[in-house]
Design a protein around this ligand. Structure first.
Ligand code: GRF
Length: 231
């Protein structure tokens, strides 16, 4: 039986789409529900298009307690077992974090613990990476706790920063890898949850790969898949 997953998203939802596209019948997870804080989130359209339940839980002007209670009720009504944050810009209420220990993942578009925390989202992240002179960036998937971008790291994949990069170039290069890494990480977590085990640590790539920008999208996908297989 697939683990029943919810995806939380505030934006366009390309990561949600990659999670939906990766699903197979009776696979490790199935996205049963999409939750957004914004009526106009593109992610909701994608969810509806895929025939999934979508729920807007607004946060503006409401107390933490109210948002927490509505979120917990909605998750329970859909018997949700795991949560994937995909471009969700709000803090997850503490009660939700405590009800889903090691069952909530987030994807961040830089190599945490650097370039994370409050205010570090979207182009701000990539601008900060470029301004720092870092030669490497890449997505991080981490467990979610009660602070932004602080939970234990679950998987990372390095992506080179190239000399003439503008923030949009780097964002696009990292996003292509996000779309491969997140569904495979979701599989990895949900396989372990289904078996009642802790997921094995992710076998990150060696230094040779980390310094090369020469891999095509298909080759990168294949390398990431093999890293999860070794895990
Ligand atoms: C991604 O870059 C993700 O790393 C970050 O927010 C962005 C969401 O993009 N958390 P999308 O809505 O999935 O296209």
């Amino acid at each position: 039986m697939s683990v029943r997953a919810a995806v939380f998203a505030s934006g366009g939802g390309s990561n949600l789409q990659s999670l939906l596209d990766h699903e197979v019948p009776d696979g490790p997870y199935r996205v049963e529900l999409i939750i957004s804080d914004r009526e106009d989130a593109g992610a909701l359209e994608r969810g509806r298009g895929a025939g999934r339940e979508v729920v807007v839980i607004s946060v503006m002007g409401r107390s933490k307690e109210e948002v927490e209670a509505e979120t917990l009720e909605t998750l329970s009504a859909h018997a949700i077992e795991a949560i994937f944050l995909a471009g969700y810009l709000r803090l997850i209420p503490g009660g939700v974090v405590r009800s889903f220990p090691r069952r909530i993942l987030n994807i961040h578009p830089a190599l945490l613990p650097s370039f994370g925390g409050k205010g570090m989202w979207g182009h701000h992240v990539h601008e900060a990476v470029l301004n720092s002179g870092a030669k490497m960036s890449g997505p991080t998937i981490h467990y979610v706790d009660e602070e932004y971008d602080r939970g234990t790291i679950f998987a990372q994949w390095p992506v080179p920063v190239l000399p003439d990069d503008e923030p949009d170039d780097l964002a696009a290069r990292v996003l292509r890898v996000e779309h491969v890494l997140y569904p495979l990480a979701a599989d990895h977590l949900c396989r372990a949850l289904g078996a009642g085990e802790e997921p094995a640590p992710f076998a990150a790539p060696g230094g040779a790969f980390a310094t090369s920008g020469e891999f095509s999208a298909a080759e990168t996908a294949d390398l990431i898949r093999r890293a999860f297989e070794r895990s």
